[in-house]
Design a protein around this ligand. Sequence first.
Ligand code: MC0
Length: 139
Amino acid sequence: LLSGIDHVGIAVADLDTAIDFQHETFGLVLTHSEVNEDQGVREAMLAAPGDTTGATRVQLLAPMREDSAIAKFLDRNGPGLQQLAYRVTDVDAACEALRTKGVRLLYEAPRRGTANSRINFVHPKDAGGVLVELVEPAR
Ligand code: MC0
């Protein structure tokens, strides 16, 4: 079902400040950034310089709107780890398998994620207090 850990997501107030911090402190390298209007976020993907596969990234998420999930998370918790994203080969099949186990998915059908991936989320209350994202990368 799962083919790897795609990324971990950190909620931040200011994207550029957080990119600089991760670079100067840990040497992480910016590999991608985009705006996701549907999710109300500006986001950046960063890779560890010594990770030759580049498969697992750190995602920085900054809110664009007060009613976005990231704005609400920041209001409640301040900046910090917001999500764990598992990579799957077939997000529809993964969601179906999880529903069969009684796990709640946040969306009826997958939505658009980073770089045209297809995504859905498991409710944190059904995943040990962790917001789990499922990511099917674009082909
Ligand atoms: C809320 N809770 C969390 C949590 N957010 N627990 C762990 N991790 C989180 N990130 C807890 C609350 O503290 C609360 O616990 C309970 O879940 C339900 O809270 P709620 O008030 O009913 O719900 P909200 O309004 O806080 O929303 C939570 C929810 C929302 C997960 C439904 O954040 C959401 O829809 N997330 C999915 C979309 C998302 O996160 N987008 C941003 C990343 P108590 O014990 O107080 O009841 S976009 C992205 O990631 C894309 C671009 C990508 O990667 O491709």
